[in-house]
Design a protein around this ligand. Structure first.
Ligand SMILES: Cc1ncc(COP(=O)(O)O)c(C=O)c1O
Length: 378
């Protein structure tokens, strides 16, 4: 019995959701299907950047037996160059790499939160925040989005109290897909109290109109406690490799580095470096995502639904059916979507997957209607 030796209360609470969710293999076996499509975790439907995949094999063969560069200097230098840090008075010291954005968020919470500190977030937002805040002993407080789906910036500022330590802005927001333009976030940053931490989680920024041009990392400077997080999991298709990074002012960056949370493997570093060189894959992912997102929204509207406008690689939509029923009905048809949120969330797939989803939805609706008619007649 070690329970009485546990010091972190979160260890006594089992996670309610396994990140990544339902598996293709299990679904195929359970429903005797030749295929199953993951449209549930906002992954890249084209897979991983081929250049990154090649680099991984090479790095494993050539660098698998030697310790990696603890500082990921080459990767940080490349990122700083691509993001034109010099133009904003920044350098590689403003960058920390992490094993995905989730790890970035965990590190930030661990460093800044003590038991009972509050973290303010718009709702609904990324469910991963719940555990990351709870792990560090923090308490989540939420402010609803405005009726038009946009962020209530005034509401967030008004809700900040002495207990508030961190505010998180997820932009574009998961799961709604709602996007706040850079000017609006810049204004929020200007009005944000200097003695609190503002995290802008830009996991999906590449898919928003304007892409990286819309990122607010350009606002990072010494007198603002702004922390911007990015990931290689989405546009670069590297969710399984685990690479992300944090952009913050030199002071915060230094504390993050002292905390020493991560040493990316040679494989992770090589994959990220190669992915950054794969512009063709980046462009193709963006094109497939935008085409698929437009298609899903258009088709859902044609069926009478009101999906949220999305600037990300997923669509959030009330399908007006029981979520457990929908989950099973889609799985039977080899389609895995996220159903344990306020509404179903469908990750944009390839056009073939998107069409399969819409066809499956039509079938499910018919099945439901037949059931209803049958019951009325009985
Ligand atoms: C808003 C948001 N932030 C962070 C993450 C974590 O991403 P990563 O795979 O880099 O850990 C996700 C993952 O889906 C996300 O949706």
């Amino acid at each position: 019995m070690v329970e009485n030796l546990i010091t972190k209360p979160i260890c006594l609470v089992a996670p309610t959701y396994v990140l990544g969710g339902k598996s293709v293999k299990e679904t195929k076996e359970k429903y005797h299907l030749p295929y199953a499509h993951r449209m549930l975790a906002n992954e890249n439907p084209l897979g991983i950047s081929p250049k990154a995949a090649e680099a991984i094999a090479r790095a494993a063969a050539e660098g698998g037996s030697v310790y990696p560069d603890t500082n990921s200097t080459e990767l940080r230098t490349k990122l700083a160059g691509m993001l034109d840090f010099a133009a904003y008075g920044m350098g590689i010291e403003n960058l920390n790499v992490t094993a995905g954005a989730e790890h970035a968020l965990n590190m930030i919470m661990e460093i800044f939160l003590k038991e009972g500190d509050e973290v303010l977030i718009s709702a609904p937002s990324y469910s991963g925040y719940n555990r990351t805040i709870a792990r560090a002993g923090g308490v989540k407080k939420t402010i609803p989005f405005l009726a038009d789906g946009h962020c209530d910036f005034d509401g967030l500022l008004a809700a900040i109290t002495d207990q508030t330590k961190i505010v998180i802005l997820c932009n574009p927001n998961n799961p709604t897909g709602c996007f706040e333009k850079k000017e609006k976030v810049q204004e929020f940053v200007k009005r944000f109290p200097k003695d609190k931490i503002l995290i802008v989680d830009e996991a999906y920024i590449h898919f928003a109109p304007g892409g990286m041009e819309q990122s607010v990392y350009t606002e990072v400077c010494e007198d603002v406690n702004l922390i911007v997080t990015h990931t290689f999991s989405k546009i670069y298709g590297m969710a399984g490799i685990r690479v992300g990074y944090i952009i913050s002012n030199r002071e915060i960056s230094g504390y993050l580095r002292n905390y020493g949370g991560v040493r990316l493997s040679n494989v992770q570093q090589a994959a990220a470096l190669a992915a950054l060189d794969d512009q063709e894959f980046y462009d193709r992912t963006l094109a497939v995502t935008v085409e698929g997102r437009d298609y899903l929204i258009r088709e859902l509207r044609a069926l009478g639904y009101s999906p949220y406008e999305s600037a990300a690689n997923f669509v959030f939509c009330d399908l007006h059916m029981d979520k457990a029923y929908l989950d099973e009905a889609f799985m039977r048809r080899g389609i895995l979507i996220r159903t344990n949120l306020e509404y179903p969330r469908i990750s944009v797939g390839t056009m073939e997957q998107n069409r399969l989803f819409i066809e499956a939805l039509k079938e499910i609706r018919e099945e439901k209607n037949k059931d209803a008619v049958h019951r009325e007649g009985a």
